[in-house]
Design a protein around this ligand. Structure first.
Ligand code: ADP
Ligand code: MG
Ligand code: MG
Length: 488
């Protein structure tokens, strides 16, 4: 047994895990690491989390942190470039009803609001094949968990402190533990919530009507309420007079009023003019349960309200746009700094589509021969949509023409770590092999007519951890848990 193994064994013996788990759950409940119970929406349940922070390399984090503002600018500019958007989306517009619908709204809307507000989350995993951070996807709509991610960091600190106070971990003195905790804060401040709120306030001020309100569009029976309410609280902490309304698309079919003279939108019940529409719904077809819901989206897009995101910005987040950006000399059009574009390019995994007839058969053969090396991804959000391994082979054999809905992406192979997960039903999985996905939040407030950037910031980070036997991601979908990093 190596010294390390012996140390590990001693450590494990000293952690009476049930006691630590019970402490962690109490702490999670006290500090609002909660969502609604799927079986009873009158009750809350703990959002799944890991008991300990995952070890991570500082240099890799620093790297993705350092390129985020350039990434923000890149996606902002892509969203404004109709020619590039159309070229990128061209293969899917005729075959994907959802994308086609969004594209039509974009093409038939007149831009009446120069201020654009975006809250992005750029997701990565470390690829052990080349020891490089690689982008999983770039989210431009409903970037969730900014309201909960910092709670997990505090939870991990509290767990370590509890273990120290109870002499479960004798090796760590409080002094070096404090050093360790504060070094986490110093290296990677997690202001995702505050900075999202600040961006919203800045956009609100630029809308220039102190009496206007903010509208959050949510899904019916939303479960992730602590995350959303944390954002509401953070906004109202900065400006206590702002009114924030939460409505579903269906409620808005009766509630929303577009004044066709000045293109302001109002809520009928409160008579409030809406300055900002913030979407926590609208990223999958199922959110538009009828034509009237689509009409609501169209009216908002036509209006003077600031949208987070605009339809064009939502479209820029499509996986096929991510694939298009890997083509030669595309990102260089938007990023002048050679070093930055090289660094951004280094995060791209290999991707390809199936619309190019010349390359199609070669690409299909490549997938058929190496199904385990790729992921097939449709232009959808929210987790649970991708195809892996035998599913890829099945699709090729049985529904080859469906391949056009997907982009193929090289599989990223992240390093494995061992941790303890507190799962949705409160059960814990002890010493499970896991992998981490790191999201970097980016906030932007721009005037798209003048190119002025009022805010372009790296806002914070999200860590999601899942067992190695799970292909998919997503906390809401039950695949992943929230986590934090130990970069010491
Ligand atoms: P969504 O918008 O639905 O979240 P993602 O691109 O994030 O779509 O895919 C969902 C999950 O699938 C990710 O969280 C990740 O766990 C896994 N995944 C996606 N792309 C890759 C990849 N190239 N290699 C390995 N896993 C991937
Ligand atoms: Mg996504
Ligand atoms: Mg994702």
């Amino acid at each position: 047994m190596s010294t390390n193994d012996a140390d590990n064994e001693r450590m494990q013996l000293r952690w009476p895990i049930d006691d630590v788990v019970a402490f962690a759950k109490r702490h999670a409940i006290t500090h609002g690491l909660l969502c609604l119970d799927p079986n009873n929406l009158d009750l809350a349940t703990i959002v799944p989390f890991s008991l300990f922070p995952s070890p991570y390399s500082y240099s890799h984090l620093k790297f993705i942190w350092s390129i985020q503002t350039a990434y923000n600018r890149l996606y902002n500019r892509i969203s404004l470039d109709d020619e590039t958007l159309e070229k990128a989306l061209k293969p899917v517009i005729p075959i994907d009803d959802f994308i086609e619908r969004l594209w039509k709204i974009h093409r038939t809307s007149t831009r009446r609001q120069p201020i654009q507000l975006d809250i992005y989350r750029n997701d990565y995993m470390l690829d052990t094949k080349i020891n490089t951070m690689r982008q999983v996807e770039f989210n431009t709509i409903s970037s969730a968990f900014a309201g909960l991610t910092a709670i997990v960091a505090d939870l991990h600190k509290a767990i370590l402190r509890y273990a120290i106070d109870n002499c479960y971990v004798r090796e760590l003195t409080m002094d070096n533990q404090q050093e360790k905790s504060s070094s986490i804060d110093l290296i990677l401040p997690n202001d995702a919530l505050k900075k999202s709120a600040e961006a919203m306030i800045k956009a609100f001020e630029l809308y220039n009507n102190v009496n206007a309100a903010i509208l959050f569009i949510i899904v019916p029976n939303e479960r992730n309420i602590c995350d959303q309410n944390a954002l509401i609280d953070a906004v109202q902490k900065l400006k206590s007079t702002i009114r924030i309304h939460l409505k579903t698309f269906e409620q808005l079919t009766d509630e929303l009023l577009l004044d066709e003279k000045n293109f302001n939108i109002y809520l009928k019940s409160s008579h409030d003019e809406i300055a900002i529409v913030y979407y926590r719904a609208g990223y999958i077809p199922e959110h538009y349960i009828n034509e009237k819901c689509w009409y609501v989206r169209e009216q908002i897009e036509q209006s003077r309200a600031i949208k987070c995101p605009t339809v064009r910005s939502q479209l820029a987040g499509c996986k096929i746009v991510q694939e298009y950006l890997t083509h030669e000399n595309i990102i260089e059009k938007y990023i002048n700094d050679e070093n930055l574009s090289k660094n951004i390019r280094s995060t791209f995994a290999r991707m390809f589509t199936f619309d190019d007839l010349e390359a199609r058969q070669k690409n299909i053969n490549l997938l058929r021969e190496n199904p385990h090396d790729f992921v097939l991804k449709p232009n959808r959000e929210g987790g649970g949509n991708n195809k892996y391994d035998d599913e890829i082979l099945n699709l090729i054999e049985k529904q080859e023409n469906h391949l056009n809905y997907y982009i193929a992406m090289e599989k990223i192979l992240p390093p494995k770590c061992t941790t303890c997960l507190i799962k949705p039903n409160g059960k814990h999985l002890l010493h499970v092999e896991c992998i981490n996905e790191i999201g970097i939040y980016g906030t932007m407030v721009t005037n798209v007519d003048t190119n002025e950037e009022y805010i372009n910031e790296v806002a914070g980070y999200l860590v999601r951890t899942k067992t190695t036997d799970t292909n998919e991601g997503g906390v809401a979908t039950g695949y992943s848990v929230l986590d934090c990093l130990d970069v010491s």
